[in-house]
Structure formats: structure tokens, C-alpha cells
Design a protein around this ligand. Structure first.
Ligand code: MG
Length: 302
């Protein structure tokens, strides 16, 4: 966004040009500072499904128009983003003032072994190189690798640390996004451990962060607040999700979640919407707008 567009957004430019500040710079400055700062609300683009992928530039424009400031992509395939050359995709988003600050990417293999770990590292090197061009802050793996025992968990942590190291060398933070299976236990007898805890304890906080999906954590019968407390600083980014539109199910205490997340170092969050069907009588875009409105009005969201 250039200065002119910025001022236009604030209503300081009329058809006649930049009148207010030219006549009285002081009053213009005062009126700018008295406006509430725009909230930085992000969207995981997966939320829009086909409504986005049918026409990506038009879809991104709608996302920006709703008021979302940032977006997390979920369309990296064969070194392209939603079928577009990375630089071209970035140009489209930049022109809209929509910052694509994150991206979800899964390596092609689910089982990690000593034999394929260097192949996985090579995958991340390429992905990091491409995402550096996109200018993201975070690169996140949303899919759970196969973890059936403690040896699998240790191998996964080793691979995660390596991915984090590769990303860090390019100035990108590497993270892992959970669903509910991570809250299952593995191991025998006294050595029964929750997979998510094994991931948190087995990875280097300097290399791997956790993008907690608060809805899937609750669905895994766990309290996000307990994790924020136990592993303070490990959750700089969140997925803000509910059963459908945010705040409607009554099962998510977003006020407590945001309050505690900020205390524990929250930098950014992405809205995720799933589960909208025919009976809901709304498009994905309408659902995504309703989620934005909910957070934009909420006093607990900074
Ligand atoms: Mg999610």
C-alpha cells in the first residue's frame, strides 16, 4: 500500500487530492493518530477451498477487501503457488496489500527413517528457497508423520530440527501444526507419552515452533491454556478455529485463549474455517467474513 492509498483508506484524500493535510497538517496528524489501529487478522487460505482456487487473483482481492491483513498459503505444489510462479503470486498479493506471511507445506513422505531423512531435508531446502522468494515469515508442516512408538517420535523430532535449521538459515521460522491425533499416547507401561509432548520436548525451541490449532487441541480433549503455560514461548502462531464460524459453537473460549496466548508471546494468528455445508446457507467467503467480523469486534483481540 502506498501513502496515497493509505490516506485514501483513512478518508483523508478526496477526489480533489490531498486536501486536509495540505491545509492543516497538524489536524490531519491528530485525526490519524486518534483512529484505532487496524487489527492484524490473518487467514489460512485453505478455508476458502474451491471458491479461492477457481480464481486466485479475484479470491485474494476479496480476502483483502474483507480486511484480512495477512494470509497463510496452502497451495505450494511442484515449486509453484496455487499454480502460479512464486514471484507472480507474490506480486498479485503485494498489489492488494495482503501479506502472505506463512505457508503450509508437507513433505511427500509420511514415514521418516534414517534412509530417507536426507531426502526430506532436500525437500525442505527447495521449499525454503521458494518460500524465501515469497517472503514468508513462517513455513509450517500441517500433516502428522507416522509415529507409532518412541523411536518414530525421536526420528520425527530429528527431521523437524533439521527442517528448522534449513529454514532458519534463510531467515524463516519453521513450525508444526497439529490436529487431534497428536494428543494420543504411545508407549508401554510407565512410558506412556502424549505424542505432542514428545514433539515439544524433542525439538529445539530455537529451530521449531508450534502453530497450535486451538480447535483440534480441544477436540483432542486438551486445554490450549495448559499447553501455553507448560511450554511458554513455543506457540508464537495460532490457528484460530471453531467447529464452523468462530464463536458460534460455544465450545471455544477465545477470550481466555487470546489473553493467555498474548501473555506467552503470540506474534500472529490465522483464522481457519472448515465444516460449512449446504445447510449453513453461506458461501466460504461469507463464513470467512463472519469470522473476521467476530475477531474484529472482539475486545480481547489486539
Ligand atoms: Mg488448522
Amino acid at each position: 500500500m502506498n501513502k496515497r492509498e493509505f490516506l485514501k483508506g483513512l478518508g483523508l484524500i478526496t477526489a480533489g487530492g490531498m486536501v486536509t493535510s495540505a491545509i492543516n497538517p497538524l489536524s490531519a496528524a491528530t485525526s490519524v493518530s486518534s483512529l484505532p489501529a487496524k487489527k492484524k487478522i490473518g487467514l489460512q487460505l485453505y478455508s476458502l477451498g474451491k471458491e479461492l482456487t477457481d480464481d486466485v487473483p479475484a479470491g485474494l482481492k476479496k480476502v483483502a477487501k474483507i480486511g484480512y491483513a495477512t494470509a497463510e498459503a496452502a497451495g505450494y505444489r511442484e515449486r509453484k503457488m496455487y499454480g502460479y510462479d512464486i514471484a507472480e503470486f507474490k506480486k498479485v498479493a503485494d498489489a492488494l496489500g495482503l501479506k502472505v506471511s506463512g505457508s503450509h507445506v508437507n513433505p511427500p513422505m509420511r514415514k521418516y527413517t534414517n534412509e530417507n531423512k536426507s531426502e526430506i531435508a532436500d525437500f525442505w531446502k527447495v521449499a525454503v528457497e521458494d518460500h524465501a522468494k515469497l517472503g514468508v515469515t513462517t513455513l509450517v508442516q500441517p500433516g502428522m508423520p507416522q509415529i507409532e512408538n518412541h523411536e518414530d517420535a525421536a526420528m520425527v523430532c530429528e527431521v523437524f530440527n533439521k527442517a528448522g535449521e534449513i529454514a532458519k538459515s534463510a531467515g524463516i521460522k519453521w513450525g508444526y501444526h497439529n490436529h487431534s491425533h497428536e494428543f494420543e499416547r504411545i508407549g508401554e507401561g510407565s512410558k506412556r507419552d502424549v505424542v505432542y509432548d514428545l514433539m515439544l520436548n524433542g525439538t529445539d525451541p530455537e529451530l521449531v515452533f508450534f502453530e497450535m490449532d486451538v480447535y483440534w487441541t480441544v477436540m483432542g480433549q486438551n486445554d490450549p491454556l495448559e499447553y501455553f503455560k507448560k511450554y511458554a514461548g513455543r506457540f508464537p502462531v495460532l490457528h484460530i478455529k471453531d467447529r464452523k464460524v468462530l464463536g458460534q459453537s460455544g465450545m471455544m473460549n477465545f477470550k481466555n485463549i487470546f489473553t493467555k496466548a498474548y501473555e506467552n508471546g503470540l506474534d500472529e494468528f490465522f483464522v481457519e474455517l472448515e465444516g460449512i455445508g449446504k445447510a449453513d446457507n453461506m458461501t466460504q467467503f461469507e463464513g470467512v467474513k463472519a469470522c473476521f467480523d467476530y475477531l474484529n469486534k472482539a475486545s480481547f483481540v489486539k
